[in-house]
Design a protein around this ligand. Structure first.
Ligand code: GLU
Length: 302
């Protein structure tokens, strides 16, 4: 299969796109990004990397970080973790508070904001936020094989300044006894994990541990299939069904415009285009991985 040619074709198609979607503006630092950026990378288990466009430029990974935090929380708590967070798609916006009230402060899944905050709280338990963030960075750097990955403090501060809705989700869960740490500590950790910066190449390589392919890092052996299942069912908020239908691969999006995709047994993939659709997922990014899925036949349903 000629992956380089597939990516060239995708890059050319996306360069011609006129309707790109809209950059997230609710986090002021994210609104400053160049809307015309587009990059994509595919990492194979044997170390080969294929790219198109702005694949080397670091961007804010935002909710893609929730995958790595889930891996840490599962590693720490095992199946006990699922007493705090559900594993059903939510069908609601990423920052919705509606279901939390109906469901007694137990978030539907680890990838909507409420669930991710509870996951960070679980991964944090007993540690200072600084230690948790150090551990998270170590995990991501090991997965990507790259020690230069860091947190953008300006983005973290920008989120902190505009994060009242996220804090509200946390206080709501605290009122239901579903927070182990003081809200401020958990939220400080959450805002910083969202502000990790990575390029498409780094994220494609970081996704390799979830492929289970020979030669990839064994970071979460028993949890790998479960994380992939969550990504398939809940990785794109209220567009998760649409993504599964169109792409057929586990993926996780972030409002920075990135999507990390796992092709089980085959490759780690990442696409980045900062403009989003109505559900807060990268518009061109989704179209690009849909093209990629069609061209490769790598859908898990094929
Ligand atoms: N930092 C973002 C927030 O909490 C993450 C949302 C996302 O990337 O989808 O609002």
């Amino acid at each position: 299969m000629d992956i380089a040619a597939i990516l060239d074709d995708i890059g050319e198609t996306m360069a011609r796109a006129t309707d790109r979607g809209r950059v997230a503006t609710y986090i002021p630092q994210l609104a400053r990004i160049d809307a015309n950026r587009f990059g994509m990378a595919v990492a194979l288990p044997d170390g080969q990397i294929f790219t198109t466009g702005d694949a080397k430029i670091p961007f804010s990974i935002q909710s893609i970080s929730k995958v790595f935090t889930l891996a840490l929380a599962l590693g720490r708590m095992g199946d006990q973790f699922w007493t705090r967070v559900g594993r059903e798609p939510s069908g609601q916006a990423f920052n919705s508070i509606l279901q939390l009230e109906h469901e007694g402060g137990i978030p539907r899944n680890p990838f909507i904001n409420a669930g991710a905050i509870a996951t960070t709280d679980a991964a944090l338990a007993g540690h200072a936020p600084r230690e948790f963030l150090g551990e998270l960075l170590r995990f991501i750097r090991t997965a990507a094989g790259d020690d230069s990955i860091h947190i953008n403090e300006k983005v973290a501060r920008s989120e902190e300044e505009t994060g009242d809705l996220n804090r509200a989700l946390a206080y709501f869960m605290a009122a239901h006894g579903n927070m182990l740490n003081p809200v401020d500590l958990t939220m400080g950790a959450y805002f910083h994990q969202c502000a990790v910066e990575m390029s498409c190449i780094q994220l494609a390589r970081a996704a390799l541990f979830l492929t289970g392919a020979d030669g990839t890092p064994r970071l979460v052996s028993p949890g790998r299939r479960r994380i992939n299942a969550m990504m398939m069912l809940c990785g794109h908020y209220d567009a998760s069904g649409d993504f599964a239908y169109r792409v057929g691969l586990p993926g996780k999006s972030g409002v920075g415009g990135g999507i990390m995709v796992v092709a089980p047994g085959r490759a780690g993939v990442c696409v980045w285009s900062p403009c989003l659709n109505a559900q807060g997922n990268s518009k061109l990014g989704t179209e690009a991985v849909e093209m990629f899925g069609r061209a490769t036949g790598w859908s898990v349903f094929d």
